[in-house]
Design a protein around this ligand. Structure first.
Ligand SMILES: [Zn+2]
Length: 113
């Protein structure tokens, strides 16, 4: 499952941070998830809970911030909102779009102890 490997990636990042910062317990994790990344927040939540079991993030709260999709439209020469990965420009209907934002998964913030 896609979300399972993402959840494992988040826990890897947390463990990396804990080595750098020296915390031993994570209470809350905030991640940014792009709306075009094909990630189901509920599924990610579920996988995160499962992957965290027995780690320093066991029982941590996962807060998911949705990042809206954005693309650069060649025809309009501007950034336009995009809600589907291979969608059309909402301004001109063009398809020459370069994805700018919305398919990322980023660790934003950790509340630790
Ligand atoms: Zn356009």
């Amino acid at each position: 499952m896609h979300e399972m490997s993402l959840a494992e990636g988040i826990v890897d990042l947390i463990e990396e941070e804990s080595r750098r910062q020296g915390f031993t317990r994570v209470l809350e994790v905030r991640v940014a998830v792009g709306e075009l990344g094909g990630v189901e927040p509920e599924a990610l939540q579920f996988c995160f809970d499962a992957v965290c079991r027995g780690t320093l993030a066991d029982g941590a709260r996962l807060t998911i911030e949705r990042v809206p999709g954005q693309a650069w439209c060649m025809a309009c020469a501007r950034v336009v909102p995009l809600h589907e990965r291979y969608g059309e420009c909402p301004q001109c209907g063009g398809v020459e779009l370069q994805l700018q934002a919305g398919d990322e998964l980023r660790l934003l913030d950790l509340e630790v102890r």
